[in-house]
Design a binder for this molecule. Structure first.
Ligand SMILES: Cc1cc2nc3c(=O)[nH]c(=O)nc-3n(C[C@H](O)[C@H](O)[C@H](O)COP(=O)(O)OP(=O)(O)OC[C@H]3O[C@@H](n4cnc5c(N)ncnc54)[C@H](O)[C@@H]3O)c2cc1C
Length: 533
């Protein structure tokens, strides 16, 4: 097809959902365009191998500019570049966030996105192997499972957490998030279950869907105030126009979508003029409002051989190949604890990721022995960053600044997070197998030391969001995700979140795309606030 009704840019978490749902109607023609290639590599399929994709051809391999509040360190931002996008690279942790996250979206101007509005779309997406209940559904495309083979160290963490006063919760996606629990994961039969597995593959045989891989979109083609297609550019610089008779849907992710808007002349006018890009719509919010979840690693040696150390050896590999069980089914983070860093907060602001493994420097730093890692993660950060173009070249990486730890509140919460991690590690039954504290380390003692440690070691948990936010007067998108000031163009991915939810962002992105598909089909009544788009 050189033209289609809808052209979707990006076969990631959101793009795969849209490709499936829109082609349910055989009369609707869709082309899905993906810059990356296929998703067959073992590092995609084997859960514990996800970090092996970093800095490879499956990764856009972004990084921030020197961060002023983190000692001018550049923070790593991996993004999936294959069918499935970041859902083919992520750690598979299935977390929805809290009802109050979505009620906040609505208060921020995203009419129609309150918890009551979005809950049915989480359920529509879900097939939970625990079965249907008040809070969960079966029959949806996204397979959600319990971890198959959690390490014994993980049970020790859960028991120690309970002894320091963090209650056990059976279902952090249920009525109560606060507490500690084993994770649920987007896997099926011990293998990653990406958005491509869940949504794209079942639709591939439909004649009204075309998928183009290895196709880099350079910009959106505009005719006056209407988007009429996208321009693809190959390695030699040759361009091809792909026409969209109804709409162009940008699902290129929270870095890619604002970048593409700006390359198409939609963004802050002064910034675009500075790069000699003709301004089509002056939209100062494009690329602004960047949010992510910062975390620090606290790591101890383990005197018990109960970790993921050696998971890549022949025996566990054979176990995974033959039985789809064993340590290679691990998502590295095997348990959570959601806690409040101080009294008076309406919900948990810290999410501990517990890994029965040495996970330092995004998995890049090697360690020869058993260890465990607690990653207190700030899930309601106040700091905001931005994305700007580095040049008008569509293949150039954009300039990213997150301003991580700019807000003192964010730093204070993470300092409390480190202190509580130490308390848990000093409590039985994990205390008796705790060896040397590797991070923060024995020389990090008082609050000032811990603050310094956090600034030196903080990283981002791979959840960039909010860079084309919906709702609100100066928002880029109206609540139906249409780009304000233009016709025929929507953004549908993690960039639309007005505020990052309190948990990992894959399930919320899939929910957004499920609801967006219904908006496109006219199945959702238009909320009053969207009328003046
Ligand atoms: C390492 C890692 C671990 C994570 N762990 C978890 C987790 O455990 N649980 C969780 O809930 N979330 C996790 N996340 C976050 C979650 O996966 C993302 O929030 C979610 O996948 C975002 O979906 P998206 O549709 O917005 O973008 P993506 O899934 O990133 O999709 C964007 C797609 O657009 C394509 N694209 C971009 N630019 C162009 C262009 N110019 N032309 C053509 N195609 C283009 C990309 O290649 C990509 O396929 C993790 C993410 C990463 C990277």
């Amino acid at each position: 097809m050189a033209s289609a009704d809808y052209v979707i840019v990006g076969a990631g978490s959101a793009g795969c959902v849209l490709a499936n749902r829109l082609t349910e109607d055989p009369a609707v023609r869709v082309v899905l365009v993906e810059a990356g290639g296929r998703d067959r590599h073992p590092n995609i399929k084997i859960p514990a191998a996800f970090a092996n994709q970093f800095h490879t051809k499956f990764d856009w391999d972004f990084a921030t500019e020197p961060e002023p509040h983190c000692h001018d360190r550049s923070l790593f931002i991996p993004r999936g570049k294959s069918l499935g996008g970041s859902s083919s690279m992520n750690a598979m942790l299935y977390v929805r966030g809290r009802p109050l996250d979505y009620d906040l979206w609505e208060r921020e101007g995203a009419a129609g996105w309150s918890w009551d509005d979005v809950r049915p779309y989480f359920l529509k997406a879900e097939h939970n192997e625990r079965g249907a209940s008040e809070h969960h559904a079966v029959g949806g495309p996204l397979n959600v499972a319990d971890e198959r083979s959690p390490r014994p160290l993980t049970r020790r963490f859960l028991e120690a957490a309970e002894r320091v006063g963090i209650p056990r919760v059976a279902d952090y996606n249920g009525p109560e998030q606060d507490g500690a629990s084993l994770v649920q994961v987007t896997q099926r039969n011990g293998r990653r279950w990406s958005a491509a597995d869940a949504y794209l593959r079942p639709a591939l045989s439909r004649p009204n869907l075309e998928v183009r891989t290895g196709a880099h979109v350079a910009r959106v083609e505009l005719d006056g105030d209407r988007a009429v297609g996208v321009v693809l550019r190959d390695r030699r610089g040759r361009e091809e126009l792909l026409r969209a008779d109804r709409e162009v849907l940008l699902s290129a992710g929270a870095i890619g979508s604002p970048q593409l808007l700006m390359l198409s002349g939609i963004g802050p006018a002064d910034h675009l003029q500075g790069l000699d890009i003709e301004v089509a719509v002056d939209s100062p919010g494009v690329g602004a409002n960047l949010q992510d979840h910062p975390y620090v690693v606290c790591v101890w040696e383990s005197t018990a051989p109960e970790s993921l150390y050696g998971a890549d050896k022949p025996r566990p590999t054979l176990e995974w190949l033959l039985r789809r069980s064993g340590p290679l089914t691990s998502t590295i983070a095997e348990a959570f604890a959601f806690v409040r860093s101080r009294p008076g907060l309406p919900a948990a602001d810290l999410q501990y990721h517990f890994a029965p493994a040495y996970f330092v420097d995004n998995g890049a730093e090697e360690y020869d022995g058993h260890a465990f890692t607690m990653g207190p993660t700030l899930i309601s950060p106040k700091s905001r960053g931005e994305i700007r173009l580095a040049s008008s070249d569509p293949t150039a990486k954009p300039r990213i600044r997150t301003n991580t730890l700019a807000e003192p509140e964010d730093l204070a919460a993470l300092v409390t997070g480190v202190e509580l991690a130490r308390e848990i590690a000093a409590t039985e039954p994990i205390a008796s197998v705790r060896g040397r504290e590797i991070y923060p380390g024995a020389d990090v003692r008082d609050d000032a030391d811990v603050e310094e440690f956090v600034r030196r070691r903080v990283d981002l948990l791979y959840h960039p969001s909010g860079t084309c936010r919906m709702g609100g007067e100066d928002a880029v998108l109206d609540p139906e995700l249409r780009v304000r000031g233009l016709e025929g163009l929507r953004v549908i991915d993690a960039s639309v979140f007005p505020v990052i939810p309190g948990g990992n962002t894959n399930a919320p992105t899939i929910m957004v795309a499920e609801r967006a598909a219904d908006l496109l089909k006219g199945r959702v009544p238009a909320p009053a606030a969207s009328a003046g788009a």
